[in-house]
Design a protein around this ligand. Structure first.
Ligand code: HEM
Length: 181
């Protein structure tokens, strides 16, 4: 997993909780290199899982709730770090329909070792989009958080409905439907 995900996650923990909470969860997670991350590095995904589980234990907040909140925050950070991708679209449906062919394709060029999910578009009109998320990392809650962040960004709260449908028991495949209301 790219270091930018770790640095943004720990930045959010510091902002929402405290710098001590960051130190505490790094200690709890017993990370091999002491939890020092740089945005351009690449680190094992299980370290992110260990940090989120540690935060969940310390705060009493459920792991899916924390991952969703992180996704919402991460969308705002992606807009600061990579505004061109988000400015190129004028709606959440437009953006989500472009993740696979445009956005994550560009991310892969920048970071060949990025571990990205796939988002296969099943059907797409201006009113409705159906995509299937697939990833062995089972981060559909992160995807929902990112999409919710996009809905706020494009000012579509209350006008766009997001539904999810699990396609397997593990969470590696999830259908998302975005529909204008
Ligand atoms: C609503 C729009 C987006 C959604 C739903 C989305 C979804 C995701 C998800 C769920 C992951 C976690 C990896 C996994 O599930 O296997 C991910 C990783 C990532 N995405 Fe996106 N993404 C979106 C937009 C963007 C944008 C605009 C950028 C910036 C150009 C971006 C860059 C990345 C990067 C750098 C990673 C980390 C890859 C790694 O850890 O190696 N994404 N994305």
């Amino acid at each position: 997993m790219k270091g930018v995900v770790f640095t943004e996650f720990l930045g959010l923990v510091e902002q929402q909780f405290s710098a001590d909470m960051v130190d505490d969860i790094i200690d709890d997670a017993q990370l091999p290199h002491g939890g020092a991350y740089t945005a351009v590095g690449t680190y094992p995904f299980p370290e992110m899982v260990a940090l989120i589980v540690a935060l969940s234990r310390r705060t009493g907040l459920a792991v899916p709730v924390l991952i969703h909140a992180f996704g919402q925050h991460l969308f705002g950070r992606f807009f600061v770090l990579y505004p061109a991708f988000i400015n190129a679209c004028d709606s959440t449906i437009g953006l989500v329909s472009h993740i696979e062919q445009v956005i994550h394709t560009e991310v892969r060029k920048l970071y060949p070792d990025a571990e990205l999910p796939s988002f296969d578009v099943e059907s797409h009109t201006a009113q409705r989009l159906s995509v299937v998320y697939r990833s062995p990392r089972c981060l559909a809650d992160l995807a929902v958080g990112l999409i919710d962040g996009a809905i706020v960004h494009y000012g579509e709260q209350g006008h766009l409905q997001l539904t999810r449908e699990a396609l397997d028991a593990e969470g590696t495949a999830v259908r998302f439907i975005l529909e204008k209301t």
